[in-house]
Design a protein around this ligand. Structure first.
Ligand code: GLN
Length: 218
């Protein structure tokens, strides 16, 4: 522990963030590695039981039909919805963004168009300005990527390509068309972890307030 760690205020102490990566299919290992680099405990999630005590969840890229079928087969949809209903954040990337949309799990008030960039430019890289991660642009890798076709008024657009939203935030759900796990820029995962830390502090505050109420009555 460094001297700086010792100066961390008490409410920020405690266990590391526990971040699950849905490991049904797709690029989960690279996400887990990045989360580990940021100091999280990264867990591969394949069963409803694995959701207990998660502070955040990543739904990685891959093939959205395969991931959706695995979610169905393994009975994970109720656990994923309960995770979000409990105020815990999610990051969905590429196929993971598709799985979050209105026509799938309904975690974001948005409709996603699959393979939206067409065959000719199926895969490309570009530098994005992404709201919420600081002024430096982010190198973003798109692979047969979707974009957000339409979204509700509460949805915050964080980045666009050719006028199409490619990164959004809806409440505590982040979704992006590209693969933040394929560069060494940790800022998208760091944003997820910042949201998770704030959410955890909120839960701890609510629990403490509930405890005081009980104390007052007793
Ligand atoms: N094209 C894929 C799909 O529609 C997503 C690609 C990806 O996740 N890289 O599921």
């Amino acid at each position: 522990m460094s001297a700086d760690d010792a100066a961390v205020p008490p409410q920020r102490e405690g266990r590391r963030l526990r971040v699950g990566v849905l490991a049904s299919q797709g690029g989960f290992a690279a996400h887990a590695r990045m989360l580990g680099e940021l100091g999280a405990e990264a867990l591969e999630v394949r069963t409803p039981g694995a959701f207990a005590d998660l502070d955040a969840l990543v739904i990685p890229g891959g093939e959205s039909t395969t991931i959706s079928k695995a979610i169905e087969r393994d009975g994970l949809a109720p656990a994923i919805r309960a995770h979000v209903a409990g105020g815990r954040p999610i990051l969905g990337t590429c196929a993971g963004m598709i799985v979050c949309d209105r026509e799938h799990l309904g975690l974001i008030d948005a409709t996603v168009r699959r393979n939206a960039f067409g065959r000719q430019i199926a895969s490309f890289e570009t530098d994005l300005e992404l709201a919420g991660i600081g002024p430096d642009s982010l190198r973003a890798v798109f692979i047969r990527a979707p974009w957000i076709e339409s979204h509700g008024g509460e949805v915050e657009v964080l980045a666009t390509v050719d006028g199409h939203p490619v990164a959004i935030r809806d409440g505590r759900v982040l979704a992006c068309s590209f693969h933040p796990e394929l560069t060494d820029d940790l800022r998208v995962h760091a944003l997820l972890m910042a949201i998770a830390t704030a959410a955890r502090e909120e839960r701890a505050g609510a629990e403490a307030a509930a405890g005081e109420d009980r104390g007052g009555q007793g």
